[in-house]
Design a protein around this ligand. Structure first.
Ligand SMILES: [Fe+2]
Length: 327
């Protein structure tokens, strides 16, 4: 199970995970969940799409909900440092025989559509239209008072291969889970670009599929509050796991499912990882405090269910190791 040396001079510079586009069947139902309940702000609304952002975000959108017949994830978005990085990225993906195109994407500057080695659809860009920062317009903060997007978490059929691919692009390992025994295998990895625990995480499983999007709240009480709001506004069954504290990342969390089953994590209180000599933390797959510091295991749905990517057939993982699952 090779842990790789961090790449500090990647072929192009990714700043952070920035947005996701999800297919949803009923925009009105999704609006009620994401806006009226969770409290995201609407940047724009068209006949077939909703563009959402958190209260501190200047980017026009961090979540795009697009009306679709299939409940799928359409794209994972990353912001690059500049236009030259976009050209370097196009060159890099083309040389690896991965698909590249530059479609027009609303509210974004030049946008490279490509895919990783398992077909996860990626959207790379350097500039997005800017929206009003609502950070200090406290009267407009609702629900979980979501500040910003934090990370993307995906199932992969081969954690080592996904880790190797993104390591080359400058993603640095902060924490990882591996199997025990004589020939330990990577079971999950947390990878960062922006300087906290992760922008992107991979878990072993039927994949590629999107496991969840992580949305940052400014404090634990925002997460407790949204539990009360969901429990008293018809969303009791949408609360899947938590609230609790992860062992991995130290984050306080709540996992909820949107009306189509896409999973959202409300997340806060992880830590800084910018030091160049910051060493990754190892967890055993058998450690119950890995998932939840307080010991409760996650439900089976958390390990089995996720959103497929459009046009990508997920495959079974090579590694058969199973985590601890709640009965
Ligand atoms: Fe997460």
């Amino acid at each position: 199970m090779p842990i790789r040396t961090a790449v500090f001079e990647p072929p192009f510079k990714i700043v952070r995970a920035s947005h996701v586009e999800l297919g949803v069947r009923d925009l009105g139902r999704s609006r009620a969940f994401y806006v009226d309940c969770l409290g995201l702000l609407v940047s724009d609304e068209t006949k077939d799409a909703l563009y959402l952002r958190g209260v501190e975000e200047r980017n026009h959108h961090s979540i795009v909900l697009r009306h679709a017949r299939e409940v799928e994830a359409h794209a994972l978005g990353y912001k690059l440092a500049g236009e030259e990085d976009l050209d370097r990225a196009a060159f890099w993906f083309t040389r690896r025989n991965l698909p590249t195109s530059f479609p027009d994407v609303p509210y974004q500057g030049r946008t490279l559509r490509t895919a990783d080695i398992f077909g996860m659809p990626l959207e790379l860009y350097a500039r997005m239209d800017q929206a009003e920062c609502m950070l200090q317009k406290y009267a407009a903060h609702r629900g979980a008072r979501i500040q910003r997007i934090d990370h993307l978490n995906c199932f992969t059929p081969d954690v080592q291969a996904s880790y190797d691919f993104y390591s080359e692009l400058g993603f640095r390992l902060t924490e990882y889970t591996e199997t025990d025994g004589g020939d330990p295998q990577l079971w999950a990895v947390w990878l960062q670009r922006k300087g906290n625990v992760h922008d992107l995480a991979f878990t072993n499983g039927l994949g590629p599929r999107l496991h969840h999007i992580g949305l940052w709240t400014s404090g634990v009480l925002d997460i407790i509050h949204i539990c009360d709001v969901m429990a008293s506004s018809g969303y009791l069954d949408n609360m899947e796991r938590g609230p609790g504290r992860h062992g991995i990342s130290n984050a306080f969390f709540l996992y909820v499912r949107d009306p189509d089953g896409h999973r959202v994590e409300l997340f806060t209180s992880d830590y800084l990882t910018v030091d160049p000599d910051h060493a990754p933390i190892r967890w055993s797959l058998a450690d119950p405090q890995r998932q939840t510091l307080w010991g409760q295991p996650a439900p089976a749905s958390w390990f089995n269910e996720g959103s497929a990517f459009s046009g990508v057939v997920p495959r079974e993982p090579a590694l058969a190791a199973r985590p601890i699952v709640a009965m």
